[in-house]
Every structure is written in C-alpha cells, then in structure tokens.
Design a protein around this ligand. Structure first.
Ligand SMILES: NC(=O)c1ccc[n+]([C@@H]2O[C@H](COP(=O)([O-])OP(=O)(O)OC[C@H]3O[C@@H](n4cnc5c(N)ncnc54)[C@H](OP(=O)(O)O)[C@@H]3O)[C@@H](O)[C@H]2O)c1
Length: 268
C-alpha cells in the first residue's frame, strides 16, 4: 500500500522526506508543477501528480492532507469522488474539524486530525492526534507507522487540538524567535554571528542536559543560577515583574489558539 501526501509546502515536504526514508513508494499530489519536478529529481520512490485523476487511488492507504486551511475545501472537493472507505484520512490542517471534513467527503472514512511540528524531521515532535470512535487496529497501526515522528499523544477532546496547535505546532517558531532576540542582543554587544551561535548552541545543550537529570525542577535550576544579590537576580526581576514574561507568553499562545478556533468557524 502507498501513502498519498497532498500539498508539498513546509510540512508536506518534511513528512515526505520522513516517509521516503522508509523506501516505500509514496504518491504526492501537488498543484505546483515546479515543485513536482524538483521532488521527482530528488526522490526516486515518489510519484508526483498535479491532477488527482492520475493517482492510482486503489493503491492508497493513508491520505495525508497538508494544505493551508483556505485551500482545504477545494482539495476535498477534488478528491471526494476518488475516496473510498479503505482510505484513512489524516488531516494536518490547523482548525479544520472532523465534522466539517465528514460533511465534505462522501464515503465513510476513518478521519484523524494530527498536529505535529516541524521537528518530525528529527523524530522530535510531540504530535497530538484525535479521532472519533477509531477502530483499535487502525489506532495501533497509526502508532506504529507514525512512531518516527516522535511522541504520539491521543487527545480525548477535539477542542484540545486548538491549544496543542498553538503551543507545540508553533513552538519551534517561538523558540527560534526567542533565540533570535538573544542573538541580536549578543551581536549588539560586539560579538560576531559565529561566536553568538556557538554560545547559544552550548547554552541549549546545557539546558537539555539539566532537564534530563533525575528529579529536575525548573525552580531549582533557576535558583542555582540566580544567587541572592547577584546579577541574574536583577535580570529575572525584569522578567517576573507583574508576571510580565509569563503573561506575554500566555497571551501569545491564547491568541494563536483563538486563531485556530476562528479558522474552525470560518470553515464550518
Ligand atoms: N508548517 C508547520 O510547521 C505546520 C505544523 C503543523 C500543522 N501545519 C498545517 O499544515 C498545513 C500546511 O502548512 P504549510 O506550512 O506546509 O503550508 P504551505 O507551505 O503553504 O504548503 C501547502 C502546499 O499545498 C499546496 N496546495 C495548495 N492547494 C493544493 C491543491 N489543491 N492540491 C495540491 N496541493 C495544493 C500549496 O501550493 P501553492 O503554494 O502553490 O498554493 C503548497 O505547496 C496547514 O494547514 C497548517 O495548519 C503546519
């Protein structure tokens, strides 16, 4: 059986790379002919199509949909006549609810929502998965087939995907944004990009090393650096004054979560 990926942008391309490593045949449906040509050159086990009619649908098991929310209705209208009950539909689309997909698709497919982040490329994504009344065989198969993404976390309620999208779908970008702030400050203080990057890399390695220690606690690790009356304590006072930084992060995540909810309403 062959997996079909629809949309080869930021996420679709990473999923394609991940699956192509297994050496299985993969179908890709991508409307951009230039992208199709590049993919054909790079991956010998990927068959790329820009017209859904050309896909050999009988061979397909998973249909992984990786297009923007605004393109989703069009994609489902293009594929609905080719879908049969055997196809397991995996939607990676932020905000698009299962009941909306069910409305758009004619056959009674198993439909799952998956929310990973770009770290699936290195097996380091926490991926939220939600499905209604999923058959145990399919559930077990999903756990096995997608174990290379990182951790699979099954959601009991579909609404929780909105939070997960905002928190972990976006988290790589938030982290890079924060580190870029550090980078700018370091360079403003006279260090080169190279010096800044290697210092930031060591810092991250140190953080990860600490978190991996037994009985790790965030508060203990903060206390170890912020000795009483010292310089770090002064820096931390700015972050924690009126809960400044915490409130800002909380507002950012909530704002992203609300956007996911607005997408759901718009697509209904
Ligand atoms: N990026 C992430 O980190 C991430 C993480 C979790 C979930 N997601 C979700 O994944 C989805 C895709 O995000 P993305 O960042 O990968 O977007 P993207 O870079 O815009 O990729 C979407 C791709 O789908 C193509 N496409 C559009 N309509 C199509 C159609 N009818 N048939 C075939 N291909 C079509 C687009 O082509 P054109 O560019 O020519 O329109 C583009 O190449 C979104 O719904 C997002 O919520 C993304």
């Amino acid at each position: 059986m062959t997996s079909l990926i629809i949309g080869c942008g930021n996420l679709g391309k990473i999923i394609l790379e991940r699956f192509s490593k297994k050496k299985n045949k993969i179908f890709l449906l991508e409307k951009n002919i230039k992208v199709c040509k590049e993919i054909k050159k790079k991956f010998s086990n990927v068959e790329c199509f820009s017209d859904p009619k050309k896909v050999n649908w009988i061979k397909v098991n998973y249909i992984m949909i990786c297009v923007k929310p605004n393109d989703s209705k069009k994609v489902f209208s293009e594929i609905k006549n080719h879908c049969n009950k055997q196809h397991v539909i995996l939607s990676f689309i932020a905000g698009l609810e299962i009941k909306t997909i069910s409305k758009w698709i004619v056959s009674k497919n198993s439909i799952l929502r998956m929310m990973p982040n770009i770290f699936i490329s290195s097996n380091n994504s926490s991926t939220a998965v939600y499905a209604k009344n999923l058959n145990t065989n399919i559930k077990n198969k999903i756990e096995k087939d997608f174990s290379e993404f990182g951790d699979i976390i099954w959601m009991k309620k579909e609404q929780k995907i909105d939070f997960f999208t905002a928190m972990f779908g976006g988290a790589p970008a938030y982290f890079f944004y924060i580190l870029n702030c550090f980078n700018k400050i370091i360079k403003k203080n006279g260090f080169t990009e190279k010096q800044s990057l290697s210092a930031i890399k060591l810092l991250l390695k140190g953080v990860l090393n600490n978190i991996n220690k037994e009985n790790f606690k965030f508060s203990d690790s903060i206390q170890k650096v912020a000795s009483k009356g010292g310089t770090t304590e002064e820096g931390l006072k700015v972050f924690s004054k009126r809960n400044n930084l915490f409130t800002l992060f909380e507002r950012a995540i909530l704002s992203a979560e609300n956007k996911s909810k607005r997408i759901s309403k718009k697509l209904k």
